[in-house]
Write a protein that binds this ligand. Structure first.
Ligand SMILES: Cc1ncc(COP(=O)(O)O)c(C=O)c1O
Length: 364
């Protein structure tokens, strides 16, 4: 490796946008307009305002039934609140070893909820009904935390998807065993777009499949900040309004979160933006898959892909247009597209990848 370098003159102009994550993008103009509109005059705080009532109603319309929706500051807070509303004392949460609640929330669920996470090994980041059944055998053993909740991520941290049928199979087993199901859908627009692109498709893999509580992401879909938690079962929602502040997630000027959500739900904007990010990822896949060393063999299901890149090409590309390392042992990185990535951005990024890979001194 020592001494290897790429000639600095060989790289094209870097794209204006990054392929590092979907939360590197700004907010959609419709969201900003909604925030500005919500800024006029005074409104009661903590969610007792007309903007919040409108957004709550929009969620009930989205799911075609009365749902209970509470807005929070961020994705980790949404997951913590959702789990708090489901967990009983001494219970545990079944999830995958890739789950955001397990890997990327700095231990917040364990610290705040005092609950054990049972992180099961899943190479594709998807739980199976058999894994749930097997983990639930701890129920009844006084020496074990009692499995009480199954937490699924949709789409998963590896960019895979559960079909509606797969979610239903897990929910059926969970409910049969007396467990309840949480879904972390931080990228719900991407999942919905990939699974049919309609409200019916959304309902099919959430409420109709038997999910009890949903973390409904907005930040990655074009809002400034704030996430929603949606309860399909009023019984689980009963204590949620108290738990929200108890887990530090009650925003006083709530209208600014809820107005953003109303904008995101008008004409299913979140699905449109998810579809756009997914399409950009597919275009990037098509433009780069011929570089065999990247190992891109399967088209992305949503908006992420995990190519293999070794130094010095990897570092040089990251310096040119930053993206995150994913699995350093496996030399995998993550490319992720946001809602505002254009075909031109993809072309530029792909040309940089080609230039870096085709450089005569690309590796040792
Ligand atoms: C699967 C998943 N859940 C939740 C979140 C929200 O995390 P944060 O609390 O950082 O907004 C993310 C963000 O990356 C995520 O990928």
């Amino acid at each position: 490796m020592a001494g290897a370098s790429l000639s600095s003159g060989s790289m094209p102009t870097a794209p204006a946008k990054l392929f590092a994550s979907d939360n590197v993008a700004g907010a959609h103009p419709a969201v900003l307009e909604a925030m500005v509109a919500a800024n006029s005059g005074h409104a009661l705080s903590y969610g007792t305002d007309v903007h919040t009532q409108r957004a709550e109603q929009a969620f009930s319309e989205l799911f075609g039934r009365d749902v209970r929706t509470l807005f929070v500051y961020g994705g980790t807070g949404a997951n913590v609140l959702a789990l708090a509303s489901l967990l009983q004392p001494a219970e545990s949460v079944i999830c995958t070893d890739w789950a955001h609640i397990h890997v990327d929330e700095t231990g917040a669920p364990e610290k705040i909820l005092g609950a054990k996470l049972l992180d099961l090994p899943c190479s594709d980041a998807k739980l199976t009904p058999d894994q749930v059944r097997s983990a639930a055998r701890a129920r009844g053993n006084p020496h074990h935390a009692q499995p009480g909740v199954v937490s699924l991520t949709q789409p998963t941290e590896l960019g895979t998807l559960y079909s509606a049928r797969e979610v239903r199979a897990i929910c059926d087993v969970a409910h049969e065993l007396g467990l309840v199901v949480h879904m972390d859908a931080a990228r719900i627009g991407n999942a919905t777009a990939a699974l049919g692109g309609s409200r019916e498709a959304l309902r099919a893999f959430t409420v109709d499949a038997g999910v009890d509580v949903l973390s409904f992401g907005g930040t990655k879909a074009g809002i400034v900040f704030g996430e929603a938690v949606v309860w399909f079962n009023p019984q689980h929602a009963a204590r949620a309004q108290y738990l929200r502040k108890n887990v530090t997630q009650l925003h006083s000027k709530m209208r600014f979160i809820s107005a953003q959500y109303s904008a995101l739900l008008v004409n299913d904007l979140f699905i449109e933006l998810g579809a756009s990010a997914n399409a950009a990822a597919l275009t990037l896949f098509e433009a780069t898959k011929h570089h065999v060393s990247l190992g891109l063999t399967t088209p992305p299901a949503v908006n992420s892909m995990f190519p293999t890149l070794v130094d010095p090409v990897k570092t040089r590309l990251q310096e040119w247009s930053f993206f995150w390392d994913w699995d350093q042992d496996a030399h995998q990185v993550r490319w992720m597209t946001a809602w505002d990535i254009s075909a031109e951005d993809v072309t530029q990024f792909a040309s940089g990848v080609a230039a870096a890979l085709e450089s005569p001194n690309r590796s040792e």
